[in-house]
Design a binder for this molecule. Structure first.
Ligand SMILES: [Fe+2]
Ligand SMILES: [Fe+2]
Length: 188
């Protein structure tokens, strides 16, 4: 299954994106083992999550409409927000994937969501801390992801929203909902 998925992905995305996906696979496997969740679904999710990341803005919106996925105002302003949700449908239709742990990790990997499971959060963190990422903050986040998942997700959200703000892009409201949920949880 894994080799098949690798070949499938390699035929669809750029070399850099493919290497990123393998990096996510590695990072997710490590985090899953550390935190006692099943690694296999996250390994599959890694090979699926960015398969629609190189679609044009027009294709992202048009495909979501054809497949009757909800397209929010924020998705129209920032169509890249749709790439995880499209990847879920591609996984179901083209690859026959149906395992909830695979699909929900893929669905929420872009912006996060308050419904995320521990496994989804680990995947979210693997996406931003995988070995080909070299931003100054990565080492600190990698360390925190090993120790405290919710704190690490909050840190990742902070970095992500700062970056979007600085570059004048829209933050998905789901990201703020997740942040508020985690802050509330930490206060109690
Ligand atoms: Fe992505
Ligand atoms: Fe990614």
């Amino acid at each position: 299954m894994e080799d098949e998925l690798k070949n499938w992905l390699q035929a669809r995305v750029s070399g850099g994106r493919y290497m990123h996906s393998l990096g996510v696979m590695e990072a997710a496997t490590e985090l899953a083992r550390l935190h006692g969740v099943e690694a296999d679904p996250l390994r599959q999710a890694a090979l699926l999550h960015d398969c629609a990341r190189e679609f044009s803005n027009e294709d992202l919106v048009a495909t979501a409409e054809v497949w009757q996925l909800p397209v929010r105002e924020v998705d129209r302003r920032s169509p890249v927000l749709l790439h995880g949700k499209l990847a879920v449908v591609i996984g179901e239709r083209e690859l026959g994937l149906s395992e909830p742990a695979v699909l929900s990790a893929v669905r929420w990997h872009t912006a996060g969501h308050p419904d995320m499971t521990l496994s989804d959060k680990l995947f979210y963190l693997a996406d931003v801390t995988e070995p080909t990422r070299h931003h100054a903050w990565v080492a600190g986040l990698r360390e925190l992801a090993r120790e405290d998942v919710d704190q690490a997700v909050l840190m990742a959200i902070g970095i992500n929203t700062d970056h979007l703000d600085r570059t004048g892009r829209t933050v998905d409201p789901d990201t703020y909902d997740l942040r508020d949920l985690l802050l509330g949880k930490l206060r109690n």
